[in-house]
Design a protein around this ligand. Structure first.
Ligand code: AKB
Length: 326
């Protein structure tokens, strides 16, 4: 891994993964490609940035050739709730975009990281201790694109020898960039609301338990998997990875330890509730642990403490900058 392209670099994962990779591999060697959002100052000042729609294979191939890319972290994707609202667009971006990336990787000899999701499972999957290899029969368009993506990545690996690798991310929690239209987004919004208003109205039921992970662990997982000697890997794509499993009432109780007056209420969104109920509650990630040494750093208490510290600092800085301008 020497010259890296990140698609979806301005998104929730991309904005943090790009900075981590630049720190490790050098700013000039990590190209941040975004489509709908402008890169923020930190992203645009720390290395090359470009605008790229992954559905445009000509533009994708010329970017890869121009920057002599050898590894693509392909993060551009619609999340679950948006994909349910716009299923055709989700197929176009999530599948046609991925095929373009895989074709480009085949022609230009690149390795590819593809993030799948807990969404790749469905109601027939065992919900507790979900095995690495099990029934995958998702009922959402997002899930269909994620299973198809895992299969396409496996296909390009065994048919054409493209070095594809990937994980099934759970809900990701981060303070830098907001997620855009997922079912697990409540676990990020709750922190913003707790710090700004002292209360949060949640769109999932209090006992809807799902796997979750703090962004530093997600970034670590993506980098470590791509750095692993391929001889160690039995699986290649769709590794189960998790760090914690909680329901809205559990994270609310943890936040209350830091903000005693915090209150949570519930107004259920039937679409996102149905999506969440079709997903596993807790995955078995022993394949990732055994094959490439996956190990979490943040459990629920550690994540909540760090999120509240980082986010309140961010709000203080934003307030001070706003005050300076006025
Ligand atoms: C979503 O909620 O859509 C994502 C995911 C779990 O893949 N965060």
């Amino acid at each position: 891994m020497q010259r890296i392209l990140i698609t979806g670099a301005t998104g929730q994962i991309g904005s943090e993964l790009t900075l981590a990779l630049r720190k490790k591999y050098g700013g000039e060697n990590v190209i941040a490609a975004g489509h709908t959002h402008q890169p923020d100052r930190e992203l645009s000042e720390s290395g090359p940035c470009c605008t790229l729609d992954v559905r445009d294979i000509t533009a994708l191939q010329s970017t890869v050739a121009e920057y002599r890319i050898d590894t693509i972290f392909h993060l551009a994707s619609l999340l679950s709730a948006v994909a349910e609202a716009k299923p055709q667009l989700a197929w176009d971006i999530n599948i046609n975009g991925l095929i373009n990336v895989l074709e480009t990787a085949r022609i230009h000899h690149c390795a590819v990281f593809f993030p799948s999701s807990i969404g790749a499972f469905g109601p027939l999957t065992p919900a507790e201790n979900t095995p690495q290899d099990t029934i995958q029969h998702p009922t959402t368009m997002y899930g269909i694109t994620k299973v198809s993506g895992e299969l396409l990545c496996d296909y390009y690996q065994h048919r054409f020898g493209v070095d594809t690798r990937g994980v099934r991310f759970p809900g990701l929690i981060s303070w830098k960039t907001l997620p855009g239209g997922g079912t697990t987004d409540y676990a990020v919004h709750i922190f913003h609301a707790a710090l700004k208003d002292g209360r949060y109205d949640c769109f999932l039921k209090p006992d809807t338990r799902l796997d979750m992970m703090y962004m530093p662990d997600a970034v670590k997982a993506a980098i470590e998997l791509m750095e692993t000697d391929s001889k160690q890997l039995i699986h290649r794509n769709g590794f189960n990875v998790t760090a914690m499993s909680f329901a809205p009432r559990d994270i609310a109780a943890e936040i209350k330890k830091h903000i005693p007056g915090f209150a949570i209420s519930y107004t259920i969104d039937p679409v996102r509730q149905a999506i969440a109920e079709s997903w596993p509650r807790h995955m078995d990630d022993s394949a990732a642990r055994n094959e490439w040494g996956w190990k979490l750093e943040y459990d629920l208490p550690a994540m909540v403490k760090d999120m509240l510290e980082k986010l309140s600092n961010k709000f203080k800085i934003a307030k001070a900058n706003g005050a300076e301008k006025n």
